[in-house]
Every structure is written in structure tokens, then in C-alpha cells.
Write a protein that binds this ligand. Structure first.
Ligand SMILES: NC(=O)c1ccc[n+]([C@@H]2O[C@H](COP(=O)([O-])OP(=O)(O)OC[C@H]3O[C@@H](n4cnc5c(N)ncnc54)[C@H](O)[C@@H]3O)[C@@H](O)[C@H]2O)c1
Length: 271
């Protein structure tokens, strides 16, 4: 019988693979015998993650690449096709926020920096659109592939402060649905496009917002835990099952979906 979860010898490109969630996705997929290509701007953190995969007998290639730079992405595509002959999975985990696109309780909306807002939209929207364009074209030519974008809890419900981040994540979640339909209508069922919607996972960008230096919760961290039925933050490895499902044949009829992995945060009214 066919193994619905077999990922053996697939080739996955993971952007933002020097980060917390992208790094975990790379390690997990490599452990499933996927040949992983780690992309990001800082070669040092990518090489560290790649080395830990290779040490365990996995296949990993670290390449420096800005997800907003088309010629760098094309160079990656050519290199990956040369090395492996296919691109089966694209995980768009590069993303983030900037201080000027945040409105703190002491500030008003009118003080928001348009430059920072533009950078945040560029990264979280175009930073997934452009890789989907460059690597998605290869997938369409192959007639098979999987693209996974990263949305946020701030799309379905308002999360205070993070104005630019929320708007850009809403845009990438919407684009996920749009591209799913576009590929299905023009190219058949080969290339699926979905999003993962993580709840709150401690990462480099949100650590200071959620935890004090002594590890206790900030008041914002406290209110997130209050509003999470599981009463805790997620662990990066808890996204692996959903990622695996979305990458595998098991989800062959799933496209344009946004799957929440959030300990119940999104469906809880707080009452
Ligand atoms: N951690 C969470 O709780 C959480 C929740 C919801 C959504 N997300 C989203 O998941 C994704 C991964 O988050 P994370 O917590 O691992 O963040 P992270 O900051 O640990 O990792 C993001 C990585 O993207 C890289 N990056 C930034 N700009 C880039 C560019 N132009 N080109 C290439 N790489 C670039 C960064 O260097 C970093 O290594 C992001 O899109 C984030 O918004 C995270």
C-alpha cells in the first residue's frame, strides 16, 4: 500500500532557515530523508543548521540568498536543479517585523514609519511571492510541487501593536488562496499552495515582547497565555506534523488552506 506520508528523496527549499521555525522545519524534513536547501541572508547561521543535519547523516545545502532579490533566487534555483534535478517543496519561512511598523501603547498610529511598514510588507508578502514565482515555475514545469507560506494569528483577529505585520500576513494568507486557485485552473492539480498559521512560539523576534529577562511572562505574554486554551506557548517541533502533512501525498486534495497550530488560541473567545 502507498505510504501517504513518504517524503523520501524529495528536494525542499526552506527560506529563513537560519531562524527558529525555518531551522526546525529543515531539521525535521532532513530527518524524513528530504534533501534540504537552507536559504537566508546570514550564511553563518545557515551553515550551523546545515552542519547539524549533515552530522546526523542528512543532506543539507546552505545558500546565502535574500528572498527579495530575484537574481539571487534564480541563481539558487539553477544550483538546486543542477545538484538535485528537481524542486519538490518550498517552505517560505522568512518573515519578520520592524520596530517602526509597531504602534506601542505610548504611541499613536500617526507616528508609524512608512519606511518600516514598507519593509515589513516587502518581507512578509513579496518575500514569499517572489520565491513562489521563481521556484513555482519549476514546479509547474515538473507538474508537481508544494508551497507552504507562514501566516499569523494576527490575520483572523486583531492583535494590538503589530499593524504592519498583521496587514502583511493577511496579504500573504490571501495570496496563498489566490495562487492555489490560479495554479489549479491554469496548470492542473500538480502544485498545491497552503499556509501554516502558527500560534505563539518563542522566537528571536518576539522573545523580548513575551518574556522578561528572568524568563517570567511579560503582561503581553500573560494575556496570550490567558487566551490560549492549552495555557502555554508552542514548541517549534509542534509544527512538524502539520508541515509533514502539507508536504506529503496525504494532503493531495488540500490547496489554499490555512492550518492553525495554536493550542486553540484562534477559536477561543476568552470567555
Ligand atoms: N515565532 C512565532 O511565534 C510565529 C508566529 C506566527 C508566524 N510566524 C512566522 O513564521 C516565520 C518564521 O518565524 P520565526 O519565528 O522562525 O522567525 P525568525 O526571526 O527566527 O526567522 C526568520 C528568518 O528569516 C530571515 N530573513 C529575514 N529577512 C530575510 C530576507 N530578506 N531574505 C532571507 N531571509 C530573511 C531572518 O534572518 C531569520 O533567520 C515568519 O514568517 C514569522 O512571521 C512566527
Amino acid at each position: 500500500m502507498k505510504d501517504l506520508f513518504d517524503l523520501n528523496h524529495k528536494v525542499a527549499i526552506i527560506t529563513g532557515a537560519g531562524g527558529v521555525l525555518g531551522g526546525e522545519a529543515a531539521r525535521y524534513l532532513a530527518a524524513q530523508n528530504v534533501r534540504v536547501v537552507l536559504l537566508g541572508r546570514t550564511l553563518q547561521s545557515l551553515e550551523k543548521n546545515a552542519a547539524s543535519i549533515i552530522d546526523k547523516g542528512g543532506s543539507a545545502l546552505a545558500l546565502s540568498c535574500d528572498v527579495l532579490n530575484r537574481s539571487e533566487l534564480e541563481a539558487v534555483r539553477d544550483k538546486v536543479l543542477n545538484n538535485y534535478g528537481a524542486i519538490d517543496i518550498l517552505i517560505n519561512a522568512a518573515g519578520g517585523n520592524k520596530a517602526g511598523a509597531v504602534v506601542t501603547p505610548e504611541q499613536t498610529f500617526f507616528e508609524m514609519s512608512m519606511d518600516d511598514l514598507t519593509e515589513v510588507v516587502d518581507l512578509n508578502l513579496y518575500g514569499s511571492v517572489l520565491p513562489s514565482m521563481v521556484f513555482g515555475e519549476t514546479m509547474v514545469a515538473q507538474k508537481s510541487g508544494v508551497i507552504i507560506n507562514y501566516s499569523s494569528m494576527s490575520v483572523a483577529e486583531v492583535i494590538t501593536r503589530v499593524a504592519g505585520y498583521s496587514a502583511s500576513k493577511a496579504a500573504i494568507e490571501n495570496f496563498t488562496r489566490w495562487l492555489a486557485v490560479e495554479f489549479a485552473q491554469k496548470h492542473g492539480e500538480g502544485v498545491r499552495v497552503n499556509a501554516i498559521v502558527p500560534g505563539f512560539f518563542i522566537g528571536d523576534q518576539n522573545r523580548k515582547l513575551l518574556l522578561n529577562e528572568d524568563g517570567s511572562l511579560t503582561s503581553r505574554g500573560e494575556s496570550i497565555i490567558q487566551n490560549t486554551p492549552y495555557k502555554r506557548f508552542g514548541e517549534a517541533h509542534e509544527l512538524n506534523g502539520t508541515l509533514h502533512y502539507l508536504c506529503a501525498e496525504a494532503s493531495s486534495f488540500v490547496t489554499g488552506a490555512a492550518l492553525a497550530v495554536d493550542g486553540g488560541f484562534q477559536i477561543y473567545s476568552g470567555v
